[in-house]
Design a protein around this ligand. Structure first.
Ligand SMILES: CC(=O)SCCNC(=O)CCNC(=O)[C@H](O)C(C)(C)COP(=O)(O)OP(=O)(O)OC[C@H]1O[C@@H](n2cnc3c(N)ncnc32)[C@H](O)[C@@H]1OP(=O)(O)O
Ligand SMILES: CC(C)C(=O)C(=O)O
Length: 537
């Protein structure tokens, strides 16, 4: 970047861009524009922890607030200015000496301070909002930027609503601001109106038509009203902008700002067509995202690029199989590169055997092929009924399959009639030594009816000592894990069963206990139990 007039403005960011013309300055405005999201206010301590994280991850400029806005904002900017050592700290001000003085008072303690001043330049804003004539706006720019520059070496100026500003006027005001001392010119797409090709053309136009443009770093500040903030920012970088203004998780006024994590990772991932770099340590991205989301209470949508819970999660069997063979089949960046430990194979109805086997291995479970077939079948059935299948669900299924292995009596199916219009009844099918048996019974509630049906198929005198249900996970679709304790002649056995249907889990648990009782009986008196008892139909 060579100056056409020889009056370049020296500051830390200028030095970085001069050392490497492809270096993109990351200007984070989470604490200023991000905080302008309705409901997003942060207290001093929270702002300090965000600023510390932004500094640690290598952000070049931290916009800490708008000091004239309130005493709280002033204090926050001043504390951040005192705390941050390696990043430049910026404070926003309108085109007013009072605002600028207040900003400077807060920023003065910073190792590297920047005054950021702005004024609207679009006809709409000038006429209706500022109620100023264009000539007065030009004068206000020269005066405010000049005043700021008398206080601070590092001054940024923004034409608010630049993308709806007349091009000739924009060229004129940019030239004026640079002449008055602005070292960074920030082209604001305040209402997220522009589109990538048009925005790239605007940056190119400014570079071609503003005579002193090389004396300043061209910056962009994009809003996301059309979901184009990141695309517009990248188009601008390709057209010559070297500062991108952004926020963590894309928070900000209305639909938000350009998301820092997306810009950083897009530049990092697509070096082949965008050979530009930032100073951000991308492995800190997840940490920053969680910090900001935790502090603001703004949850990150699961499918959000880079930092959403599903960004590195794979549920479909074909994708999971590909991932296990070579992660690049379905991931264009590694989870480690954004600070996650590994990809997440989400177990759900689209999962296949490869992924299921891998999940079992992760859980330390080793099953025979037959057991695997059985558990996988039940897992698919569970996934059809339950939105999220957690590790706990799989463990419950495996335990359930393990206890049923080689059972004499096996559960087949159950239908119940329950509710307030009794009588409650259960229609049960079991196999006993491989033979199908059916029974229908009534009871005092569906559980009582179910247990009566079991007694009808396998007559026994054992007493029910305990019937206990607990949910394996949270949510109304959680699997039920049931424990049944039976007692016969002083001997007790516990049976377990798990299912998304509490009554099926109850049947499985009772049948499991019964099988254990059979084994105990067999050991003490073979053939004591009449397993060929007829069905009570
Ligand atoms: C695009 C952006 O994100 S801009 C930043 C937005 N952020 C904020 O507004 C931060 C929070 N704001 C505030 O706390 C308050 O609005 C303050 C302290 C800045 C100003 O408060 P008030 O003095 O009560 O004014 P109010 O907000 O009602 O109106 C804004 C005034 O600033 C003027 N103004 C707006 N932008 C600028 C500017 N860049 N330069 C000069 N004047 C401006 C408006 O024309 C209006 O002037 P008027 O009172 O003569 O009509
Ligand atoms: C102050 C400016 C840069 C701004 O936030 C906007 O125009 O959106």
């Amino acid at each position: 970047m060579t100056s056409k007039t020889g009056t370049t403005h020296a500051h830390a960011e200028r030095a970085k861009v001069e050392a490497d013309p492809n270096r993109v300055i990351v200007f984070d405005t989470t604490l200023r524009d991000g905080e302008q999201s309705p409901g997003c206010s942060m207290n001093l301590e929270e702002k300090l922890s965000v600023a510390t994280q932004l500094e640690a991850m290598g952000v070049d400029v931290i916009e800490a607030g708008f000091p004239i806005a309130s005493n709280g904002d002033f204090e926050a900017v001043r504390e951040i200015a005192k705390t941050v050592k390696t990043a430049t700290v910026a404070g926003l001000s309108r085109a007013s000496r009072k605002d600028i003085d207040r900003a400077w008072e807060a920023l003065k303690p910073a190792a590297s301070p920047r005054i950021h001043t702005f004024i609207s330049t679009s006809p709409l804003h000038m006429k209706h909002k500022l109620q100023m004539e264009p000539e007065d706006v030009v004068q206000a720019i020269a005066d405010s930027v000049g005043h700021a520059r008398n206080l601070c070496d590092n001054v940024e100026w923004s034409p608010e609503d630049a993308t709806r500003t007349d091009h000739d006027f924009l060229c004129r005001v940019v030239e004026t601001a640079i002449r008055a001392g602005a070292g960074t010119i920030n082209i604001a797409d305040t209402v997220g109106y522009t589109i990538p090709g048009e925005f790239a053309d605007l940056i190119a136009l400014l570079r071609n038509r503003v005579p002193n443009i090389d004396e300043a770093i061209l910056s962009v500040h994009c809003h996301n009203d059309l979901g184009l903030a990141v695309a517009n920012s990248l188009a601008a970088v390709q057209a010559g902008a070297r500062q991108v203004e952004c926020t963590v998780n894309g928070i900000g006024e209305r639909a938000g700002n350009c998301a820092m994590e997306e810009v950083v990772m897009a530049l990092r991932t697509r070096q082949d067509s965008m050979p530009y770099g930032t100073g951000v340590d991308s492995t800190q991205i997840t940490r920053a995202s969680r910090l900001v989301s935790g502090i603001t209470g703004f949850a990150v949508q699961p499918n959000k690029a880079i930092v959403g819970a599903n960004a590195f999660a794979h549920e479909s069997g074909i994708h999971q199989d590909g991932m296990l063979k070579n992660a690049q089949t379905y991931e264009i960046m590694t989870p480690e590169s954004v600070g996650l430990t590994k990809s997440n194979l989400v177990m759900g109805k689209h999962s296949g055997r490869h992924a299921f086997k891998t999940k079992l291995k992760e859980l330390g479970i080793d099953l025979s092929d037959n057991q695997l077939m059985d558990v996988f079948g039940r897992f698919k059935d569970l996934a059809d009924h339950k939105k999220d299948v957690y590790d706990e669900d799989i463990l419950a299924l495996v335990d359930d399959a393990a206890v049923r292995h080689n059972d004499h009596v096996q559960f087949v199916s159950l239908g119940v009639r329950c509710g307030s219009h009794g009588p409650q009844s259960a229609e049960l099918a079991l196999t006993v030594e491989g033979e199908s048996r059916h029974a229908t019974a009534q009871g005092n509630g569906p559980v009582d009816a179910l247990f009566a049906a079991i007694r009808a198929i396998v007559p026994h005198e054992a007493k029910l000592q305990l019937y206990q249900v607990h949910a394996v996970t949270g949510g109304t679709d959680a699997q039920a894990q049931v424990t049944v304790r039976l007692e016969e002649n002083g001997k007790t056995v516990n049976g377990q069963g798990a299912d998304y249907d509490t009554l099926v889990a109850s049947a499985r648990a009772y049948v499991n206990a019964l099988n254990k009782l059979l084994v105990k009986r067999e050991r003490s008196a073979p053939d004591a139990l009449d397993r060929s008892a007829p069905a009570a139909e």
